[in-house]
Ligand binder design. Structure first.
Ligand code: SF4
Length: 341
């Protein structure tokens, strides 16, 4: 996808205060703050490199005022960017906006859908319902490289409803997904719910099971998983109160996949070249002796996409509950070993 100039526009376009989001940061961003900050960020990056694409993230680009959107397009053009990526919410996508984005060199859209459970969307104060989310995803997929963001474990959601919604999103064939299991941040209403016992976050093992299930479904459908686990860049870990956070969440999923693969695959002989590649999170897969190094190098290279496909066929069969039952043991070992603090 080439090199990108990232521009962070925190909370820009927020009209609401989502339950899990840090409310204290939601005030004090004026239109001129956003413009000045955008120019400063572009200058900081483009002095050292010549980039052709700019990405606006951290806010809801298409929820900005028309005037501000036009200013952002102009700034992008003035600094020579040929392509634009935007993040946004489903309630701010319609045909008129799609036409405007196309006219202004937007080629990629990231949609924060989170779940298709209407009750959970409403309880988390997301300003759209599942019908709107599906309509936005469909419009975006027809016109742009589209990435859908989802959040297993939201307040008021259930695993079954989340998975059913995820399978529905998959059928629209976005090019990618980001999987962000819900964590509880300080100074959010969700923190209060958690402390009052109204919200019980997913355990790390459950979040890994849901995420691996979703990742395997994506790879089986030739859809990329761009990220699993909340981004850690600029994250202050002390802001996290509870939930399935781990700084190497993506690595844990890969380790989990290897554990399942080697436990069931008759072929657990790997080449010495692959030995270090597949050792897993903190060499856990190696320590559990789940594979053996073959003599010679005739075993072929282990292909992770084949590992995910194998998991989909052997464990999942389109049924999360079946997958969960078969994989609890490994997910719990992983949770037990995955200390990071
Ligand atoms: S989650 Fe997104 S839309 Fe919701 S308040 Fe936070 S930044 Fe705004």
């Amino acid at each position: 996808m080439g090199k990108i100039c990232p521009v962070f526009i925190p909370f820009a376009g927020c009209v609401n205060k989502c339950l899990y989001c840090d409310q204290s940061s939601l005030t004090g961003f004026s239109q001129s703050d956003i413009i000045n900050s955008t120019i400063t960020q572009i200058k900081a990056v483009t002095t050292s490199a010549s980039l052709s694409k700019i990405a606006f993230f951290g806010g809801s680009f298409t929820c900005l005022s028309e005037e501000l959107r036009k200013t952002m397009y102009k700034i992008s053009r003035d600094y020579g960017f040929e392509k634009i990526r935007v993040s946004t919410r489903p309630d701010c996508i319609n045909q008129e906006i799609i036409d405007e984005l196309k006219l202004n060199c937007v080629t990629e859209v990231e949609l924060g859908i989170q779940t298709l459970n209407d009750k959970a969307l409403s309880l988390n104060l997301r300003p759209y319902d599942s019908a709107k989310a599906i309509n936005a995803l469909q419009l975006s997929c027809e016109n742009f490289y589209t990435v859908a963001q989802v959040m297993p474990g939201m307040y008021g959601d259930s695993t079954d409803d989340f998975i059913a919604g995820f399978e529905n999103l998959l059928s629209f064939k976005p090019q990618g997904f980001r999987l962000y299991p819900t964590v509880v941040f300080r100074k959010t209403p969700l923190e209060r719910y958690y402390k009052e016992g109204k919200y019980i976050p997913l355990t790390l093992s459950k979040a890994l099971q849901i995420s691996l299930y979703c990742a395997a479904a994506c790879i089986n459908n030739d859809i990329e998983v761009l990220r699993s686990g909340i981004p850690t860049e600029n994250l202050d870990y002390s802001d996290i109160v509870a939930g399935p956070f781990h700084p190497a969440f993506g690595d844990l999923i890969r380790t989990f996949a290897l554990m399942l693969y080697f436990s069931k695959s008759g072929n657990n002989l790997i080449s010495s070249k692959d030995g270090s590649r597949v050792a897993g999170y903190k060499s856990l897969v190696k320590k559990l002796s789940l594979y053996k190094i073959a003599d010679g190098n005739d075993t072929g290279q282990l292909d992770m996409s084949q590992v995910y496909k194998f998991i989909r066929e052997q464990f999942i069969e389109g049924n999360f509950r079946l997958f969960e039952g078969q994989t609890n043991h490994f997910a719990e070992i992983l949770q037990d070993k995955a200390h990071y603090r």
